[in-house]
Ligand binder design. Structure first.
Ligand code: HEM
Length: 309
């Protein structure tokens, strides 16, 4: 079952951010940790400059990300992770991967890769850094992106990053822009995003878009009301936004979770009803943007049938 289910009575036109409480984790580790970290590291080895990029001049923020990620893991999962600090000499133990790293905080030559890149290799989340008044994308490690990639968005401000979305959800994106400008230090927030996919492939960065479009086209004849639940996956992103205290940059973390639709329907009572309510109130342009318009009639028929049975 998905750990979060961002579907209720209707499509949410609001930004949908909620404050993270003192005891909420910024970073989440689940049963897919080892598999997903291995996949991430493989992608970063194969195409390092596609999955990790940075503009010059953001070292302070990178080290703040290292500090934020390691402190959070060690605080919430002390049996799995440990951080020992002696001045700037830091010792990191990752028991889940059986790895130990000693480095000098602030000295990037003591880590095998850039600090932000290294921090991202410890966790399932994608990590994006936005800096300046317009929240410009300045650095990122994005392995599990949903239909976008760093090549397309590096150096763009928040507003331009969302060019395809603004005409569809302009009021939401205006509020989001304000939130980016005003997010205070020490008050991280979280929000959920959702989509419905024909595969549970984690890496859906843009280089895979033609193949994914083809996969959907090939599957369309099989997406009948009877079978569709066994073909589609609900894919959700838990997104967090944290203002970093020294650099003032914003850390945007994205943790992707997914589950087969038929399994979610079995495991979660009222799931089919809630999905149907949200999908029917989602602006058609948004369904088209999410690539769901091709199979909506069959999906509605399936969800209706689930409600009756
Ligand atoms: C409160 C903050 C945010 C809100 C309300 C928001 C909202 C959205 C929405 C509604 C979409 C359409 C995708 C969908 O629903 O399936 C989207 C896509 C996207 N968002 Fe955000 N977003 C936020 C923060 C961010 C941040 C910080 C980034 C940083 C890079 C980002 C990058 C993107 C990208 C790259 C896309 C895909 C755009 C494309 O297709 O070209 N978002 N966002």
């Amino acid at each position: 079952m998905l750990p979060y289910f961002p579907f209720d009575q209707q499509f949410n036109h609001k930004v949908g951010t909620v404050p993270l409480a003192e005891n909420d984790r910024l970073i989440e580790v689940d049963e897919h940790y080892q598999v997903e970290i291995a996949l991430k590291r493989q992608l970063l080895t194969e195409l390092p400059t596609y999955y990790y990029q940075t503009l010059p001049g953001h070292q302070i923020a990178h080290w703040e990300v290292v500090e934020t990620v390691l402190t959070n893991l060690a605080r919430f999962m002390p049996n799995q992770f440990a951080l020992r600090k002696e001045g700037n000499n830091w010792h990191w133990q990752n028991h889940l991967l059986n790895e130990e790293t000693t480095f000098t905080f602030g000295d990037k030559t003591t880590l095998p890769v850039d600090p932000l890149d290294w921090a991202g290799r410890q966790i399932q989340e994608d990590l994006i850094l936005l800096a300046g008044n317009e929240a410009t994308l300045v650095s990122g490690q994005l392995c599990f992106g949903n239909g976008w990639c760093l090549d397309e968005k590096m150096g763009l401000p928040f507003w331009q990053i969302h060019t395809p979305i603004v005409p569809i959800l302009e009021p939401m994106m205006r509020s989001a822009q304000k939130l980016m400008e005003r997010l205070p230090v020490g008050r991280p927030v979280g929000r959920m995003n959702w989509s419905v996919k024909v595969t549970d492939q984690l890496d859906m960065t843009s280089r895979h878009t033609p193949a994914l479009d083809q996969l959907l086209a090939n599957h369309l004849p099989y997406l009948t009301p009877e079978a569709i639940g066994d073909y589609l996956y609900i894919r959700i992103e838990r997104q967090t936004l944290t203002r970093l205290p020294r650099s003032g940059a914003i850390l945007f973390g994205i943790h992707t979770y997914q589950n087969l639709l038929a399994n979610e329907v079995i495991e979660r009572p009222a799931c089919a009803d809630q999905l149907a309510r949200v999908f029917i109130t989602t602006p058609p342009a948004m369904l088209a943007y999410k690539g769901m318009d091709h199979f909506m009639p069959a999906l509605f028929a399936y969800l209706k049938e689930c409600n009756h049975s």
